[in-house]
Write a new protein. Structure first.
Length: 292
């Protein structure tokens, strides 16, 4: 059913004259008559009794007018809301990130976006990469920020690198290596490493870059939470490897020290990921601009 025909019908119920409707719509009288005839054919009932120069609603027309008005009003409201979405006067974004990215990288972007678009509702999920991929696949979230070493189906997802993250060896400020800026494998060969478990993406990344055998006997303490790992290093229970961004505060306070591991590239990519078949909302597109 055509909205224009409904609007013409409603105007005719007000004016009662095909000629007046045609004048107001800047079209010919036959064009108006054709629209009304098409509408009556679609419904299978007459909508007007034509008495003299005036057109009066039939009983079917009286009932239909109420519904036609509701349809036109709803359509008008939908257009207005869509326009507001396009102009970012309302709307929402749903996205996610893994723990490190969500805690240390996203807040600054959120602040920039919030300042520009204060009326947009933000639904932000911090979870494991596995859960975030599942949320992407069932369209619960529009996009996610994931580490570059996460395995994704490239045929399904758009993957953009948005950050470079440098991993460092971290030690307690009282550790024997704390006065160094860089170290070799031989310097830490006998150290106790505090890392996430074998199933974590970080552990898998380190095994690929450093070698699984290196951690075979050295990882004596496994903590799933990044903050817990930092606390363990602060208590001098061992050393760890994590993003230098995650320990900026402790580094400035002189509580922890970051060290480069010589001859080893511990730089990882942080990627923005979304489904190729998903139509991004205007709010999501503007959020992407805040990253650039």
């Amino acid at each position: 059913m055509d909205i224009t025909r409904l609007e013409t019908f409603l105007l005719l119920t007000e004016l009662g004259s095909f000629t007046e409707v045609a004048n107001q719509l800047y079209c010919s009288q036959p064009a108006v008559s054709k629209q009304i005839k098409t509408l009556e054919d679609e419904l299978g009932v007459p909508l007007f009794n034509r008495i003299g120069k005036k057109n009066h609603l039939t009983i079917q027309g009286v009932y239909f007018k109420r519904y036609a008005q509701e349809i036109v009003n709803t359509y008008s409201m939908a257009k207005e809301h869509i326009l507001q979405l396009e102009n970012l006067e309302e709307g929402s974004i749903n996205f996610g990130a893994t723990n490190f990215i969500g805690v240390y990288l996203i807040p600054e972007i959120l602040a920039t976006f919030r300042e520009k678009f204060p009326k947009i509702q933000i639904n932000f999920t911090i979870s494991s990469s596995k859960k975030l991929i599942a949320l992407l696949e069932n369209d619960t979230i529009e996009f996610a920020f994931l580490s570059g070493y996460i395995d994704l189906i490239k045929e399904r997802f758009v993957i953009h690198e948005v950050f470079k993250d440098n991993l460092k060896v971290i030690v307690n400020s009282n550790h024997k290596l704390a006065n160094r800026t860089s170290i070799t494998f031989s310097d830490i060969n006998d150290e106790t490493f505090i890392l996430k478990g074998e199933n974590s993406s970080m552990y898998k990344f380190l095994c690929k870059r450093i070698g699984k055998d290196f951690f075979k006997d050295n990882v004596l303490l496994k903590i799933s939470n990044q903050e817990g790992i930092k606390e363990a290093v602060l208590k001098n229970l061992g050393i760890s490897i994590m993003s230098e961004k995650a320990v900026q505060h402790e580094n400035k306070l002189g509580l922890l020290k970051t060290l480069d591991l010589k001859d080893t590239d511990l730089t990882r990519s942080i990627n923005l990921v979304y489904d190729k078949n998903h139509n991004l909302t205007p709010a999501a597109k503007e959020f992407f601009k805040c990253i650039e």
